[in-house]
Each structure stands twice: as structure tokens, then as C-alpha cells.
Design a protein around this ligand. Structure first.
Ligand SMILES: Cc1ncc(COP(=O)(O)O)c(C=O)c1O
Length: 350
């Protein structure tokens, strides 16, 4: 009910969601053990459930999406290997360069029309083995795509790219931090969205509302090796079933309601599209992220804040708005009203 009170409407990210009461109860009751000894039954249950939902053999609970992505890179790549990736990917912009500084991988941005590398885009970018060049190793996909406004890509797109990668001798990692948003928006199973990839990570701590955690999934052999790398980066955790318990509630109870966030994001985009000085394409709003173009994004964000609406400037002309469990219909109305006032006079208010 947080969105119903007249506190701030926080559209900065779905990561601000608070754990539910059922999560807190499950955390309090969780049966735990030393997970580095493989003795935490709640973690084992979470890893098995995530793997099943993603159509993979095994899973590995990680502290964050960034850690899961880093562990995936360490597992797939040796130092100097090339990772083919859309230049707008989260791993390129927001993971502190860990793929390069810690895994030694070369992130190789590939020009892409919509952010999900096609077979043609990939084939044009990849080179044959050559001692002068980084060794082609991994293709990196993201679904939904954060910086491209939460775009959801259907299973056939991933499968075609995975098949092309296979022909080129490359592996595929899917950053599915918001894969369940894509699953709900497209009406397909998350497992279908991960078909053909070698590894996939999903976050529990975004729209699904768990306080912490992501699960990295793949073959048994991949996860066994990833477990070593997780330990190496300090991610071996002990009685961590207290956190996995919230993750289990997230996967069991919080997926279907993501449709509400998508409906509100669409409503927000449609209302904002009517305002002068704001450019947004509601048809590009597939899930819970809305990208809005304005003049002077930071000034508009400052002006929105004065009116109790929190948002993030992604660049000089782009604002990102993310709907989640604590933004209700009234929150959407308040955001539209605040935008209407802010774009009218951002300079004066900021
Ligand atoms: C697409 C994507 N990948 C990875 C991450 C990283 O997750 P975390 O914040 O848990 O490290 C995020 C976080 O927003 C994300 O949007």
C-alpha cells in the first residue's frame, strides 16, 4: 500500500521494492546450514526451483546480478577472450568494468538495431581465430533490455542468435535480470526464453521484491565450475538460506503480478505522450520501463523531485521511469501531473 500514501512516487528503479510480509516470515523460519559445505537446504531448494523454471540443469545463488554476470564471465572466458555484446548492455555501462578488470575479458560492442544481436549482426562482427586478435568466446544477450527501455525479445530471437553463435564456435550468456518481466509480457515460459543459451541469470531483487539475490543457471558442469569462481570472488556465503527463503517466495508468488507493473508503465507512457515537450513511444513500452525524451533531463528530474516524483536521468535528454509494486494507479497520475508541471518550467523549479 506504499504507493497509496502521499509519500514520494519512486520511479527510479524496481530495485527499491521492499520484501513482502510473506518473505519476512519465510526468512525468519528458514531452515539453514553452511552453504559453502553444500548444507543449506533452502538454498538448494531455490537453486533447483530457479533451474527448473529456466529449463536448466542447475543453479547457483549469487549475492547480486552483477556477481552472477561476473561469475558467468569468469566461467566462460579466459583472459583476453572477446565477449560480443550490445553497446547499451548493462554489463557495459553499470558493472564497474568487472568483466575486464576481474575476468580479463574484452567487451566487444557490436552495432545492433534493437539491442538483441541478430545472427547477421553477430556474423558481421566475429572474426576467425587469429593470434593478433582477442579470442572470440562469448555472445552476451540481455532480456529484458534495461537501457533500451525494457524491450522484451521473443524466444525465436534468442534461439536464432544462439544457433548462429554455435556455428561460430561461441557460447551464449543471457543476462535475464528481468527475464520474468519478458516472460509475463510475451506470455511464454521463462524456460523458452532461455532455450539455446549456455547460461542465464535472473534477479530476485527487482520487480520480484526479494531483498537480495540472483540465480545463475546452466548445465551441471557449468554450475560446478561457476561455484568455484563464486568462491574466488568472495561469494561463498554461509547460512544464506535466510536470503534464499525470500527468493523462493519471489519465484513462487511474485511473477504473475508483474503484469500490473507493465499495465501501469503503458498507461504512464500513453499519458506522457500527450504532453508537449515530452517524447515517448508507448509501443516501445513492452514491460515496466519507460524511456522519456525531454530537453534537459537532469533539470526535469530535479523539478520532478520537488513535486514528490523520483526518476533517473540516463543521459542529457533521456529520463528512465520504472514501475513496480509500490507504484499504484494514483502514483501514475501523480507522475503525469508532476511531468506536466516540470516540463513547463524545469529551469525555474530546479
Ligand atoms: C539488465 C541488468 N543486469 C544486471 C543487473 C545487476 O543486478 P544487481 O543490481 O543485482 O547487481 C541489473 C540491475 O539493474 C540489470 O538491470
Amino acid at each position: 500500500m506504499r504507493g497509496a500514501v502521499e509519500g514520494p512516487v519512486d520511479l527510479r528503479s524496481d530495485t527499491v521494492t521492499q520484501p513482502t510480509e510473506r518473505m519476512r516470515e519465510a526468512m525468519a523460519r528458514a531452515e539453514v546450514g553452511d552453504d559453502v559445505f553444500g548444507e543449506d537446504p533452502t538454498v538448494a531448494e531455490l537453486e533447483a526451483l530457479a533451474a527448473r523454471m529456466l529449463g536448466q540443469e542447475a543453479g547457483l545463488f549469487c549475492a547480486s546480478g552483477t556477481m552472477a554476470n561476473l561469475v558467468a564471465t569468469l566461467t566462460h572466458c579466459r583472459r583476453g577472450d572477446a565477449v560480443f555484446v550490445d553497446g547499451e548492455a548493462h554489463v557495459v555501462h553499470y558493472e564497474a568494468g568487472g568483466a575486464s578488470s576481474l575476468a580479463g575479458a574484452v567487451l566487444w560492442p557490436v552495432p545492433s538495431r534493437d539491442g538483441h544481436l541478430t545472427p547477421e549482426e553477430l556474423e558481421a562482427a566475429v572474426w576467425p581465430e587469429d593470434p593478433h586478435r582477442p579470442r572470440p568466446r562469448l555472445v552476451w544477450l540481455e532480456n529484458t533490455h534495461n537501457r533500451r527501455g525494457g524491450l522484451a525479445y521473443p524466444p525465436e530471437r534468442t534461439l536464432q542468435t544462439a544457433q548462429a553463435a554455435r556455428r561460430l564456435g561461441l557460447r551464449v550468456h543471457l543476462d535475464g535480470a528481468r527475464l520474468f518481466n519478458a516472460s509475463v509480457a510475451l506470455g511464454v515460459a521463462a524456460a523458452d526464453l532461455a532455450a539455446g543459451v549456455d547460461s542465464v541469470m535472473v534477479s530476485l531483487s527487482k520487480g520480484l521484491s526479494a531483498p537480495v539475490g540472483s540465480v545463475l543457471c546452466g548445465s551441471r558442469e557449468f554450475v560446478e565450475e561457476a561455484r568455484r569462481w563464486r568462491k574466488a570472488v568472495g561469494g561463498g556465503m554461509r547460512q544464506v538460506g535466510v536470503l534464499a527463503a525470500a527468493g523462493l517466495v519471489a519465484l513462487r508468488e511474485m511473477v504473475d503480478r508483474l503484469a500490473e507493473d507493465h499495465r501501469r508503465a503503458r498507461a504512464l507512457a500513453e499519458a506522457l505522450a500527450e504532453l508537449p515537450g515530452v517524447s515517448v513511444d508507448p509501443d516501445q513500452v513492452h514491460t515496466n520501463i519507460v524511456l522519456v525524451r525531454v530537453d534537459g533531463a537532469q533539470a526535469v528530474v530535479n523539478a520532478l523531485r520537488q513535486r514528490g516524483v523520483l526518476a533517473l536521468a540516463l543521459g542529457p535528454h533521456t529520463i528512465r521511469l520504472v514501475t513496480h509494486r509500490h507504484v499504484d494507479d494514483r502514483g501514475v497520475e501523480r507522475a503525469v501531473a508532476a511531468f506536466s508541471a516540470a516540463v513547463g518550467s524545469p529551469g525555474r523549479i530546479a
